[in-house]
Design a protein around this ligand. Structure first.
Ligand code: ZN
Length: 130
């Protein structure tokens, strides 16, 4: 059994980041924003509860009759997670995801303000430095 942590390749993290939607990038950056979706009473008095996030991730919980969490698992939409076996994203490489989130946010704001000015937004494709 492997004991040391296997980290994902930095280039693979970059590729992965470009495939994420803005919402997914935000969840990677700030964490999920869970909201209740379904809850059902179990025969043992507890609950099966599902929470969802805007990114379509789901947190599925089993609660006992006191509301204590007995089990939790997560379900993610395709593409949210790196492919199986990629390894964990190192804390340094999480910076790649943060920068992608920031760049996408800035691009979205610029797009919105361009639309507000009613300027044809297709004309200005600014070059990025680097
Ligand atoms: Zn989310």
């Amino acid at each position: 059994m492997r004991v040391s942590t296997q980290f994902a390749d930095t280039d693979a993290v970059r590729d992965y980041a470009t495939g994420l939607t803005f919402q997914q990038l935000q969840c990677r950056d700030f964490g999920h924003n869970w909201r209740p979706h379904t809850a059902m009473r179990r025969d043992d008095g507890g609950f099966d509860r599902t929470l969802v996030c805007k990114c379509k991730a789901r947190r599925v919980q089993v609660l006992d009759s006191y509301g204590r969490i007995v089990a939790t698992h997560y379900e993610y939409p395709d593409g949210y997670q790196m492919p199986k076996g990629s390894g964990r994203i190192s804390s340094d490489d999480k910076g790649i995801l943060r920068i992608a989130s920031i760049e996408q946010d800035v691009a979205n704001r610029e797009e919105r303000s361009a639309a507000r000015r009613k300027a044809p937004s297709k004309t200005a494709t600014r070059r990025r430095s680097r």
